[in-house]
Write a protein that binds this ligand. Structure first.
Ligand SMILES: Cc1ncc(C[n+]2csc(CCOP(=O)(O)OP(=O)(O)O)c2C)c(N)n1
Length: 381
């Protein structure tokens, strides 16, 4: 079929996992972690299943320590991921290492799945080295300006398609970001040019204090994909097996060697943010404790643990070892990050490829001051 004859808006009508109605939420595990009747467990090797659990646990422990560091004045404002581990870790497991991730600011679990190192803490401690390090893991810089990375994802995926390098781009954002113009522009263009991108909406029910029901009149966020001419699928974002299954199908579709089949997908992962929006937020003013408790019953960690225990892949000893290892890893990351001493000159390095005259002057001024007074100049001036 020639490019021009493709009927845009021709969303898959088969009953594949991506072609189902956007309100038919994909779930593999029930709330207790048992495989639901009729559900297909994705084909994931045993060691990888345990690794996913380990990373989810590591992500949660990282989160607890990061909040505590902020409270002690040892780190800046921090957005908590608790409740969202399954979506972040399992979706990243559906990718190759050469694929790229774009994320908002809360998806620390996707980074953990690429390997947690002290550098990740540096961004949150105010050092640009943290962002620089992310690129070494094929992760784009942290994006505080919500939704603005969505058109970037489309552009990157389009460039990759033109180069034919076979990469897939997974772009994470929240339910609030879907109200930004950037969401519309990015997805519209992605549908027109069939770029190898997966738009992964972490619908955690809130954009700070605004509930998802006040965000959009659409029944689902997944259904918005229909307007852009590609599939939108809703998945239980607190069920790692369902998230993996859906993301894997979307990745395969994006990478399909047949250009008429290769298409983007919008994934709406339904989940809940257990904690505050950030360490600067007090959620008690806009939501009830009962609501939080209800969602805690679907906590991805105990759910996945039950599944793995029933398959004899986990027992108390293995869990103790995973927890001890996570604590050691995070503690070592904190020690190394706190010992980091950047060269003050590096503040001039990251904003411009070619520095402006004013930046050049300031850099020269700092150089002269340090020459004359050493690093005491930094605190005295
Ligand atoms: C362009 C832009 N507008 C407004 C804000 C202020 N802001 C910070 S976080 C946030 C809510 C984001 O909600 P959502 O996209 O659902 O992500 P979540 O924080 O729930 O993960 C808003 C509006 C911003 N960061 N960027």
């Amino acid at each position: 079929m020639s490019r021009l004859s493709v009927c845009r808006g021709n969303v898959t009508t088969d009953h594949s996992i991506l072609g189902r109605p956007p309100d038919d939420r994909v779930q593999v595990l029930d709330a207790d972690g048992r495989v639901r009747d009729g559900a297909t467990v994705p084909d994931i090797p045993d060691e990888q299943l345990v690794e996913m659990y380990r990373q989810m646990w590591l992500a949660r422990h990282f989160d607890e320590r990061a909040i505590s560091l902020q409270r002690q004045g040892r780190m800046g404002t921090y957005p908590s991921l608790a409740g969202q581990e399954a979506a972040q870790v399992a979706s990243t497991h559906a990718l190759n290492d050469a694929d790229w991730l774009l994320f908002q600011y809360r998806e620390h679990g996707a980074v953990v799945a690429r390997g947690l190192e002290p550098e990740y803490l540096l961004y949150w401690m105010g050092h640009e080295r943290g962002n620089e390090w992310l690129a070494e893991k094929n992760v784009f810089p942290i994006n505080i300006s919500i939704g603005s990375h969505i058109p970037h994802a489309t552009g990157l995926a389009w460039a990759s398609k033109l180069k034919g390098d076979g990469r897939v781009f997974v772009c994470h954002f929240g339910d609030g970001s879907t109200s930004e113009g950037d969401f519309h522009e990015g997805l519209n263009f992605a549908g027109v040019f069939d770029v190898p991108a997966i738009f992964f909406c972490n619908n955690n029910q809130y954009a700070i204090s605004i509930h998802r029901d006040e965000q959009t009149a659409s029944d689902t966020i997944a259904q918005k994909a229909t307007a852009y001419g590609f599939d939108g699928v809703q998945v239980d974002g607190m069920d790692p097996l369902a998230v993996y299954q859906v993301t894997k199908a979307a990745v395969e579709k994006a990478r399909d060697p047949d250009p008429d089949e290769a298409r983007p997908t919008l994934v709406e992962a339904v989940m809940y943010r257990f904690g505050a929006h950030t360490t600067a937020d007090d959620p008690s003013v806009y939501r009830e404790d009962e609501e939080v408790e209800e969602w805690r019953e679907r906590d991805p960690l105990p759910r996945f643990e039950t599944f793995l225990r029933e398959r004899d892949l986990l027992d108390d000893d293995r869990i103790d070892a995973i927890e001890a290892d996570a604590k050691e890893t995070v503690a070592a990351c904190i020690d190394a990050a706190e010992a980091y001493e950047p060269d003050p000159d590096s503040i001039f390095e990251h904003a411009y490829e070619t520095p402006t005259p004013r930046v050049r002057d300031q850099r020269e001024h700092l150089r002269r001051l340090r020459e004359r007074h050493g690093d005491d100049a930094l605190t005295e001036e």
